[in-house]
Design a protein around this ligand. Sequence first.
Ligand code: UD1
Length: 440
Amino acid sequence: MTMDRMMIQGTGTPLRGQVSISGSKNAALPIMAASLLSEEPLNLHNVPDLNDTRVMMDLLRDIGAQIVLREPQDGELSLSLKSPQNALNPESPMAAARKMRASVIVLGPLLTRLGRATVPLPGGCPIGARPLDVHEDALQALGAVIHYKDNALHAFCEGGLKGATHRLRVPSVGATENAMMAAALASGTSVFHNVAREPEIIDLADCLNAMGANVQGAGTETLTIHGVPRLHSATHTVIPDRIEAMTYLIAAALTRGDVTLTGANKDHIQGEIACLHAMGFDVQAINATTLRLNAAEVQPKPAQLTTAPYPGFPTDIQAQMMVLMTSIAGESRITETIFENRFQHVSALKAMGAHITQNGETCTIHGGFPLHGADVEATDLRASSSLVLAGLVAQGTTTVGGLHHLYRGYVHLPEKLQACGAKVERLGGGSYAHASATGF
Ligand code: UD1
């Protein structure tokens, strides 16, 4: 057991207070990669200061990009990223790429800008096979030739990518982003069907269009991209993190507390709010960016949910919902359809006293049995936050290890919970992000 752990005292005290929502990790990563598409600077605001965004900075620097960064304020970074043609090396070793699955997002931009790219095979959360066939098929439709060698993906295209019509086998988020960025500089028009519709896709399209691209249909099942010869400088503010917002709303519901989120976007979490509503929890919109969940008087009901691509219930919120379900008397059910290995938090929750039975891709949660503190290990990013939430309501002390998963995706999680009265403490010190960035 390493010393770098989170210790949570299960006080049973309802969380009360205000939480400021950070920028979206999953929107920021592809948008940062989009800077590879232009000679001119891309200025970004509301980039969350996380291990994953720091890894993406390392990766872009490996490739030759120049990054100027304002030191973080409240976990938020402002970046200026510039990718001069003669500085870029699409076959650099990219050591950072293996640290994060989302690294594959540099493939489309490099290929379309420079005609070739070699990307080491990515890492990330160990939540299943996560193949890249949908990325490959989309890029091949535009004329790319792809092969694997030495644990890396090699791609090239002679004479540049050419617009084409293609249907994605599944609406993969990353593949949609790669295809969109590749097509932005391809010659002619590309039409992609069965694309992902997540808010992060719309944010990337908005950023690309601000850079001079012509992307239409983001948020629908079909993207139409009229290729342009070059992109130019732009300034963009990343959308709020809907997964983080839901994690804190669930924490409020779980502790029967009263928490107000600032800097959130209700439109991005309509389905999840409806799910909470069906359980008896109401989310009140104070204004366009402020949401409040007051669970003090709620007598919640069990629920059933199935994860699905947006606008379905996000797989990234499934683990946190499972913890909430353990607190509600009766039988709840979760079916996971996106990743085949995303119930790894179940054994840790059982070690804390949860009554959960798993049958293939469905878990039945027999709620209402009190949890007790335990020493548990986080196995992936969202599992890590679910275990911290479980610790808030468990009797006694819980410690959570495997914190590197948590630091990939949650800005200042202990501090945000502490501000609402939780007894959460980081053991073993260390800082969230590694100090590889340079400021000015
Ligand atoms: C993104 C999110 C991640 C979220 C996931 C699903 C980022 C950085 N990460 O991951 O937090 O959990 O969407 O909402 O945005 N698949 C294939 N072949 C492919 C690509 C994907 O079979 O080429 C499968 C995957 O194994 C998975 C499903 O499609 O079963 C969805 O994956 P995808 O949408 O690509 O997820 P990511 O973009 O990796």
